[in-house]
Design a protein around this ligand. Sequence first.
Ligand code: G6P
Length: 492
Amino acid sequence: MGVAEVSEAPPVLVASNRGPVSYTLADDGTLTARRGGGGMVSGLSALGSAAGTWVCAALGPGDREAAARAGTGTLEAADTGGQSVRMLDIPPDIFDAAYNGIANSVLWFVHHLLYQTPLEPVYDSAFESQWAGYESYNAAFADALAAEAARGAEVLVQDYHLALVPALLRERRPDLRIGHFSHTPWAPPDLYRVLPDAVARQVLRGILGADRAAFLTRRWARAFADCCADLLGARVRDVPEGTAGTDAFTVTLDGRTTRLGVHGLGADGDFLRERAHRPDADERLAALRAQVGDRRTIVRVDRTELSKNIVRGLLAYRRLLTEHPQWQGRVVHVAFAYPSRQDLEIYRAYTAEVSRVAEGINAEFARGDWTPVVLHVKDDFARSLAAYRMADVALVNPIRDGMNLVAKEIPLISEQGCALVLSREAGAAAELGDDALLVNPYDIAGTAEALHRALTMPADERRARAGRLARAATALTPRDWFLAQVEALRGS
Ligand code: G6P
């Protein structure tokens, strides 16, 4: 189905916690809009006039003020790049319970397998009130979507923040076609059962309220289907590959069937190549080059996120320097770790730990003008792209990750064709595994050896692999990824 055909149908709505724009409020009351990037933004804009409203949460004081000035309507199109955006002003205590509490401290931890002694789930009265907050937050989205959507419209609901929305929206508006997309991994049943039974079932039933629920890899779709069979007694069927486009499984419960699809989001090659060569990226590249000299580089770029496994990555680099001392003075680890979810104590502690370990390595090994680790913890997109350009080796070692776009972006942008050391637990490994050097993310010694192999890989082989990685990385552009979901939902 082409874009023209899509345009003739009712508008397509998107719902997500974080929207395509955010506002800052100056002391004099001026609001400044900052547009975000990402697959959903370019995908929705590809729909032209068929793009309906994007419903998201107001995330800070600027967003709240913008939402208040817009009343219950949509924000200024000039700020949002023409996209119709409606920000929900969720009461702060409800937002905190839903976002920091249930979404980021419980569901995120379960799907990324981050619960380990001494960090264990606690289901006390605080959890109960957070869960009630999560229910209200999801209901607020369902109400807003029910009010916004034209008859028969498609609604694409995003991620673990909004797992209850599909079922709540179906109750309110059975005429709609509802899709849900999980950008995270999905936990296998034995680990998913860590959640309280009623909560675990409610989340599954919430997503099964969709006509179609989609995932980044077949592995995560399979785990979701297994959880539905195990906890709800749902009937799961495989859709033989190649028979029904992007559908992988069907799940039938109480006489209703939800299709499970797989769409492996790729990198936005055209945008990144152009953006990486603007003057601000050139300037930052020159500054980094001056710092690193003609040494080899191992590059990583992440949010300071526990699942990204940054500390083990640093320890693997340290081990590379001790086990293969010939690299001392000849390689620099460029590690950009941008603060994320800093309202949560465990994320603040992790951010501090990343800095402490990097400083420890520098204190132990630095000599002359060689600084072994160049760590930056402030978000700067142009600087990240500059680092991509100079990468000899990309290190992407998450404990688990839905996809990990950095693994796709660095080989695409690296000027000399980099080698990729990649966790086998990242969704991207399903697509890039043949040409990446795969590692067990817990295995520090194994990761150090993979870094050594990457650094010593013959240039021809490295370039050939990087070329194939770049092609695989852009196989499904964000625009096509989005349109394929709309098309599949229309086929429901
Ligand atoms: C992951 C989630 C997204 C989320 C992003 C950034 O990729 O799947 O839904 O937006 O992390 O996290 P944040 O909490 O800053 O929105």
